[in-house]
Design a protein around this ligand. Structure first.
Ligand code: PDD
Length: 285
C-alpha cells in the first residue's frame, strides 16, 4: 500500500512529496511541528497537541496555515488514506518560502506538511513495554525549547550518542547539573516515598502532551507529583524511572548511565499512571 502525504493543499504519494529548497523550514529551521500518537485509529491528546501548536506558532509569529477545524479534518483524512490503526501523525508548519535572507516578512504563506506512519501493536493496559536504558548528555540546546521547532540538531546528536552507547534515550543535563528532559521525551523518576518527580514548565523543557495528561491523571489516582528538577544522582537512586512521549507513551527505564534503577522489574507507580492513561484514552489493543 502506498503512503500518502499532505503538502500545501494536495494529497500526494509520499515518495513524491516535496517542499521548495527556499522554504525557511529547510534553510533556517523556521518551522514548528507536532507528533501525535494514534491508537485504534484515534488521535491521542489531540486538543493538547493543537493547543501546543498554537503556542509554538504564536511565539514565532507564524500564522495558522488554515482554521484549526480544517486542519483537524485534514489530519483525519491523512490517517484514513494511510489506513493507520496504531501509529503517529507528523505535522509541520514552516513560515513558508522566500528568497534566503535572515529577516522575514510578516506576510508569508506558511507551508504545511502532514504524514502518518503505522507502528506495530501497542502496549496493553496490563503490562508496560520492556524497560530501556538511558544515558546522560549535556543540554546544549537553545533557550526556547518550550517551542516545538524542527531545530533538533542537539537532540539528534544526543540521541545518536545514546544509540552508540546501546541506550534508547539521552537525558539532557543543564548547567546546574539537573536533568531537563530527554532528546525527544519528558523525564520522570519515582522516589522511595512513591512521589513522582519531573522538571517544571519554566521554558527549559517542552510541555509534553503525555506529561500534561499524566499530571492530571496522577491527581485522580492520588499520586503526588513534584514538578522540580532532579539530578542524575537522584535518578540513579530512584525506585522507578520512566519517560513519556507521543511515540513511546509511558516507557519504563531500568538503567541510567549504567546504574540499575530500583529492582529492575517492579514499576508500580509507572504502571498505575500508564493504566490510567490507557483507560482514559480507551486504547484498544
Ligand atoms: N517528541 N520533549 C521533547 C524534546 C520532545 O521532542 C518530545 C516529543 C517530548 C514529549 O512530548 P509529547 O508527550 O507531546 O510527545 C518532550 C516527539 C515525539 C518527536 O520529536 O518525535
Amino acid at each position: 500500500m502506498s503512503r500518502i502525504a499532505y503538502v500545501n493543499g494536495h494529497y500526494c504519494p509520499h515518495n513524491r512529496a516535496a517542499i521548495h529548497i527556499e522554504d525557511r523550514g529547510y534553510q533556517f529551521a523556521d518551522a514548528v511541528y507536532e507528533v501525535c500518537g494514534i491508537r485504534g485509529g484515534k488521535m491521542l491528546d489531540e486538543e493538547a497537541h493543537l493547543n501546543r501548536l498554537d503556542w509554538s506558532l504564536g511565539e514565532l509569529q507564524i500564522p495558522w496555515p488554515m482554521a484549526r477545524r480544517a486542519l483537524q479534518v485534514i489530519m483525519r483524512e491523512v490517517i484514513r488514506r494511510n489506513h493507520i490503526r496504531h501509529g503517529m501523525i507528523y505535522l509541520q508548519v514552516s513560515r513558508g518560502q522566500a528568497r534566503r535572507t535572515h529577516a522575514f516578512s510578516k506576510h508569508m504563506t506558511p507551508s504545511l506538511v502532514i504524514t502518518a506512519t503505522s507502528t506495530s501493536r501497542p502496549q496493553n493496559a496490563q503490562t508496560l513495554p520492556q524497560a530501556v536504558s538511558v544515558i546522560t548528555r549535556p543540554d546544549i540546546r537553545w533557550q526556547r525549547v518550550d517551542i516545538k521547532t524542527v531545530a533538533l540538531l542537539p537532540n539528534s546528536l544526543a540521541r545518536h550518542a545514546a544509540q552508540e552507547a546501546g541506550a534508547r534515550e539521552a537525558w539532557l543535563i543543564d548547567g546546574e547539573g539537573k536533568v531537563t528532559e530527554g532528546s525527544s521525551s519528558n523525564a520522570w523518576i519515582v522516589d522511595q516515598q512513591n512521589r513522582v518527580h519531573t522538571h517544571p514548565i519554566n521554558g527549559r523543557i517542552l510541555n509534553g502532551t503525555v506529561r500534561q495528561a499524566l499530571i492530571r491523571l496522577a491527581q485522580k489516582e492520588g499520586i503526588e507529583i513534584i514538578e522540580s528538577p532532579f539530578t542524575p544522582e537522584e535518578a540513579y537512586n530512584a525506585k522507578e524511572a520512566f519517560l513519556t512521549s507521543s511515540n513511546a507513551l509511558v516507557q519504563p527505564i531500568d538503567q541510567i548511565d549504567g546504574h540499575k534503577i530500583g529492582n529492575g522489574s517492579q514499576s508500580e507507580v509507572s504502571q498505575q499512571l500508564w493504566r490510567a492513561y490507557y483507560i482514559e484514552n480507551q486504547i484498544a489493543p
